[in-house]
Structure formats: C-alpha cells, structure tokens
Design a protein around this ligand. Structure first.
Ligand SMILES: Cc1cc2nc3c(=O)[nH]c(=O)nc-3n(C[C@H](O)[C@H](O)[C@H](O)COP(=O)(O)O)c2cc1C
Length: 228
C-alpha cells in the first residue's frame, strides 16, 4: 500500500490560529482501522491520502480479524472485502508508539467499537504502562447502517480509552462549517452505509479530508512546541 512507508515532506510549515511553526521532521500519522464490508476502510484510505497530502508520513493499517472464517465466508460483502484488503499491513502496538497522531476507525457494532479494534486497543497496555500513549493526538471515524444507529456513541466509546491514554482528542467539531454542517457529526467522520446501499460520497470524503488535515495541523503544532 502506498502509505507504508509514506512520502513525507522534508519540512512542514503549519499556520494555526494565525501563528506559524515549522517542523523539520514530518508528523507521523497512523490510520488504524477495522472494517468488515469496506466502508470504514474507504474512509481510512481517504484520511490517509489527505494526511499525506497535508505533509504527514502515513501508515495505513488494518487490525487483525478475529471472526471465524465461516462467518466471513457466509457474508459476500465481508468475504470480498477481506480478499481485497489482504495487502494492507496489520497494525501492531509499535505503530502506535511510532505515531505522533493516531486516527482510529471502526464500524458501529451495537452502538459501540468493533471487538476487533477494541482487541487492538486492549493490546496497548504495555505502552500505556510506560506512559507511551500519552501526549499524542487521537481522532476517530465510524460507519453504521442507520443515521441514528450509534455513530456518535461509537466515537464517544472510542474516546473513553483515549482519556485513559492521556491522549489529546482532536475532534473536528464544526471547525469547517461548510463540511461539518453537511456531514453533521462533530465527533469524527461518520458514514451511513444503509445496509450497503449508500457508497462513500463527497460529504463523507470532505469530512474525512478535513479531519485528516486538522489532525496533521494540530499534531504538527504540538510537535513543534514539544521540540522548542
Ligand atoms: C454485529 C453487528 C452490529 C451492528 N450494529 C450496528 C448498530 O448498532 N447500528 C447501526 O446502524 N449499524 C450496525 N451494524 C451495521 C454496520 O455498522 C454497518 O454495516 C457499517 O457500515 C459497516 O462498516 P464496514 O463496512 O466498515 O464494516 C452492525 C453490524 C454488525 C455485523
């Protein structure tokens, strides 16, 4: 996959709140997601590309599958996506340690984070114990089949763990009103897949791009600040 390793800019000047800062080492962004039928994967790809365009070094990574082969094979869309995404590297805790910013993605599962992404998060205890999850930027995105089926609760559930990390949650809010009043979710990019009938469109892509740019901007500002 094109983002592992990425093609970072050698130097990045960020302007944020009318102030400029230059970072000589690029911001490192890990986009770590689970997706069974490809919607969250499509958002992850959009976020990865946008973060790279914003000057970051990006790793686009999926988490390990936990479901039995028989379950995957019984669902055509799931089996097709598993085959199509075989080449995406599987995330390890070392990728989180490497990153300045981590953007997690998961489909909504009963209003919550998928067990696959949660299992990955639960493997971060060693880094947590060493304080290595703190002071990084984190953000999240999701996909659900219905508009009120738990998009926000999934992101809020994800963000619970980030508080335990001592992480810095960078949510989009309504910082780009033209994008966010269309997509409508200040907690992170979200997509209503409508039982697979609603492909990822411009509203979701615009939201994903805005979230990626904002994460890179703020992570770069922090990185420059920490280095000063
Ligand atoms: C076990 C399970 C639980 C789900 N729970 C919800 C839910 O609470 N709300 C909802 O709207 N969709 C729910 N869905 C649907 C998925 O969130 C939806 O299809 C999503 O777009 C899939 O994203 P993906 O293609 O990245 O896997 C659930 C699906 C499964 C298999």
């Amino acid at each position: 996959m094109m983002y592992h390793p990425g093609q970072p800019q050698a130097q990045l000047t960020i302007t944020f709140n009318s102030r400029s800062a230059t970072v000589s080492t690029p911001v490192k962004v890990a986009v770590i997601y689970y997706s069974s039928t490809g919607f969250s994967a499509e958002i992850a790809k959009e976020i990865g590309e946008a973060a790279q365009k914003a000057g970051a070094e990006v790793r686009l990574l999926k988490v390990a599958e936990l479901a039995p082969e028989a379950a995957i094979a019984s669902n055509e869309a799931w089996a097709a996506h598993a085959a199509a995404s075989a080449g995406i590297p599987v995330a390890t805790p070392a990728d989180v340690e490497w990153a300045d910013a981590v953007i997690f993605g998961s489909p909504t599962r009963f209003g919550n984070v998928s067990s696959q992404l949660k299992q990955f998060i639960d493997m971060l205890g060693g880094l947590w114990a060493q304080g290595k999850l703190a002071n990084k930027v984190y953000s999240g995105f999701t996909s659900a089949t219905t508009a009120h089926g738990g998009l926000e609760s999934t992101l809020l559930a994800l963000y619970n763990s980030i508080h335990h990390f001592g992480g810095l949650i960078v949510s989009p809010g309504y910082t780009d009103p033209g994008v966010k009043f269309v997509d409508g979710n200040p907690y992170g990019t979200s997509h209503v897949s409508a039982q697979g009938e609603n492909p990822i469109g411009e509203a979701t892509r615009n939201s994903a791009r805005h979230q990626a740019e904002r994460v890179v901007q703020i992570a770069a500002t922090l990185k420059a600040g920490f280095a000063a």
